[in-house]
Write a protein that binds this ligand. Structure first.
Ligand code: SF4
Ligand code: SF4
Length: 308
């Protein structure tokens, strides 16, 4: 496995560094992010790219990584593999290079908006994973205090994926110990299509009533376009609005009305807040995303608006 800086690779291939990023995103170049703003490629793939561009691989400045066995370079915070350090076992598996390259510089901690709340320090959390103190981290409040804002990752000079780490730790907490109503909301959304379990008829009645109010207040002729096939914009909704703050919905609607926008709200599976994402529940997260995609396809909408 070799590591090469994106700028260095771009210079030698004679393309813009964004082109390299696009190739990677589109799967044309089988590389992945490496610590220190570079990319990792298998030696064979690297040689193939050099060959395609008529380059001598030996002329490029690269770093070679020693193999650590199958999967050692996988982006593996959520990997189910088991690793043992001393007498402790762990279900989290930090990419070894990232753990090795953490400088303990503290840039993550100093950019974190809640650093210090209940002692939270992303750098310490990473060390806990690295040292196999996984159960302690899963049981702690830190992963749930983290807002998943990603500022720590932005600040990290070594590309450590701290957000993925915190999400994976959340996902390992037993579901009945997920704080607050989050997991209940996931179950509710799975069974009833929104986090607060608002029945379809109540939702549609509310939209009609609020639409009439808005028409009388300031938007003559206004009505909420439900399941409008071919609308430009499909809008999802945070269930707390119809549940407790229905007038907030009107702010968006006024803008759509004034702009003459073509928009719609689906009558089912309209929830825009994905608590599967927040709780590290990947399967539920995918289900909720899939429902939105299904609605987009069913209604043939071009653009999705997730107001959360
Ligand atoms: S910013 Fe990155 S390198 Fe620095 S302590 Fe945090 S995780 Fe480690
Ligand atoms: S993602 Fe979490 S740990 Fe990182 S900066 Fe945001 S709140 Fe802090």
């Amino acid at each position: 496995m070799i590591v090469i800086g994106v700028g260095h690779l771009a210079d030698h291939l004679g393309v813009h560094r964004n082109t390299i990023r696009n190739w990677i995103r589109e799967g044309k170049l089988p590389a992945r992010s490496a610590p220190g703003k570079g990319y990792m490629l298998k030696e064979d793939d690297f040689n193939k790219v050099c060959q395609e561009f008529g380059l001598d691989p030996a002329r490029l400045k690269v770093r070679r990584l020693a193999s650590r066995g199958p999967g050692a370079l996988a982006s593996g915070f959520a990997s189910p593999e088991v690793r043992t350090i001393g007498r402790r076992s762990t279900r989290l598996r930090p990419t070894p290079q990232w753990a090795d390259v953490c400088l303990t510089c503290g840039s993550c901690a100093s950019s974190c908006p809640i650093s210090g709340v209940d002692g939270l320090d992303p750098r310490k959390a990473l060390r806990m994973v690295t040292l196999g103190l996984e159960e302690e981290l899963i049981a702690s409040q830190w992963p749930w205090k983290c807002t998943l804002c990603g500022k720590c990752e932005e600040a990290c000079p070594m590309n450590v994926e701290l957000v993925a780490m915190f999400r994976a730790v959340r996902g390992l907490r037993p579901r009945d110990q997920v704080p607050g109503p989050l997991h209940k909301g996931v179950l509710m959304c799975l069974s009833r299509g929104n986090n607060l379990g608002i029945p379809r008829d109540d939702f549609l009645y509310l939209l009609e009533e609020l639409g009439q109010e808005l028409a009388e207040e300031c938007c003559p002729g206004f009505r909420v376009p439900v399941d409008q096939e071919g609308a430009n914009l499909m809008v999802t909704i945070n269930s707390k609005e119809p549940f407790g703050e229905p007038d907030d919905l009107k702010f968006w609607w006024k803008i759509f009305h004034a702009a003459g926008e073509s928009w719609t709200v689906p009558s089912e599976n309209w929830e825009g807040v994905n608590w599967g994402l927040f709780t590290g529940d990947d399967e539920s997260m995918k289900t909720f995303v899939g429902r939105i995609v299904d609605n987009m396809q069913r209604l043939k909408c071009k653009t999705l608006l997730l107001p959360e």
